[in-house]
Design a protein around this ligand. Structure first.
Ligand SMILES: Cc1cc2nc3c(=O)[nH]c(=O)nc-3n(C[C@H](O)[C@H](O)[C@H](O)COP(=O)(O)OP(=O)(O)OC[C@H]3O[C@@H](n4cnc5c(N)ncnc54)[C@H](O)[C@@H]3O)c2cc1C
Length: 308
């Protein structure tokens, strides 16, 4: 059996992959190689426990590194290739798997080696079921951001090797890069979230949630309908299977029914508190604490209590 290779263009996610990779290394007893695109990222990965870090240079955009990553994996005979499940990472993972003629497992939540096969679990049907799958090696696996904690070790002596991969795909020419302008914070990284749903009757009532969020030092999130149908909040604030996946310490919902597509994005929250007037709302099945009541009465009471 051969080694482990990890890659994410986002270094926070790469450090999470390192945790998963070090777990595999403990059973596989094989070296762990990380791929980075920036010097400081390479240094962080080497310090946190990667045996070797390949610092790739020379391509215009992260997607351009799919082919060099596949070549590295083939050369190093990597048995398991972990790639951060960002939008770009998913694109790269598919190309790396194709380049290696290897299987691809997406959004894995647990990753082990059992009987020389990759054993993974991942959610299916919007989080209603857990699929447990065995895949022959080599295999490429995407792991969603925040699935694992970041590797925190320091003082590692991993070797850093720079590799220039300037000869990109001549069919692709990047003429301009326009970063998406975000309105507000990255909700996916918020430690506390007050999430509003269609239990709110009108846009002006968002003030209730904002007061509560202020008292809790939380960010405002929402369901898809609030962002995409009503346009009361920007789309980057909506949470769920097709929105942001969040992992806060506290998620508190106001008038959110808790349909499976929404709950898929919140189930990793540490504490889920739900306020809904319908005691049969599915959100109460996911919640640690539930308050059956009118949000227009409950939210101001909670705000006052948290202010104290
Ligand atoms: C392919 C697909 C992908 C989707 N992806 C997502 C996704 O990523 N994220 C997402 O959020 N949705 C997603 N959806 C939509 C999802 O199925 C639900 O329709 C949506 O989550 C419901 O939003 P809601 O809870 O705000 O509204 P509703 O389901 O209408 O619920 C409103 C809730 O408010 C309560 N309520 C009403 N008045 C009050 C009051 N005064 N006080 C307290 N409670 C009150 C009601 O009892 C109800 O439970 C997706 C759907 C599909 C088909």
């Amino acid at each position: 059996m051969s080694g482990i290779l990890i890659f994410s263009e986002n270094n926070a996610t790469a450090l999470e992959l390192l945790t998963a990779g070090l777990g595999l290394k403990a059973t596989m007893n094989q070296p762990l190689c990380a791929v980075a695109l920036a010097e400081e990222d390479a240094a962080a990965l080497a310090a946190a426990g990667a045996d070797k870090v390949i610092l790739l240079k020379g391509r215009d955009w992260p997607e351009g590194y799919a082919q060099p990553i596949a070549e590295l994996a083939a050369k190093d005979l990597a048995a398991v290739i972990l790639i951060g499940g960002t939008a770009r990472g998913k694109d790269i993972a598919a190309k790396v798997a194709d380049g290696l003629d290897a299987g691809l497992v997406t959004e894995a939540q647990t990753i082990e080696i059992v009987d020389d096969k990759l054993q993974t679990t991942r959610l299916k049907y919007g989080g209603l079921a857990v699929a447990s799958e065995a895949t022959v090696l080599p295999a490429v696996v995407t792991v969603a951001p925040r699935t694992f904690d970041k590797a925190t070790a320091a003082g590692g002596q991993g070797q850093i090797i720079s590799l220039d991969t300037a000869d990109g795909d001549p069919r692709v020419k990047v003429s301009d890069l326009c970063p998406i302008e975000r309105q507000g914070v990255d909700i996916a990284a918020a430690a506390r979230i007050v999430c509003v749903g269609r239990g709110l009757s009108q846009k002006e009532d968002l003030a209730l949630a904002e007061d509560l969020a202020k008292a809790l030092t939380a960010e405002i999130g929402c369901t898809r309908g609030i962002a995409e149908d009503y346009h009361w909040l920007p789309v980057e604030r909506y949470i769920g299977i097709s929105g942001q996946k969040v992992k806060p310490e506290v998620y508190l919902s106001l008038g959110v029914s808790g349909q499976v597509q929404h709950v898929a994005g919140i189930r990793d929250s540490k504490i889920i508190v739900a306020v809904d007037s319908n005691e049969k709302a599915p959100i109460f099945e996911a919640a640690d604490y539930g308050i059956v009541g009118d949000l227009y009465e409950v939210a101001p009471l909670l705000t006052a209590a948290f202010k104290k």
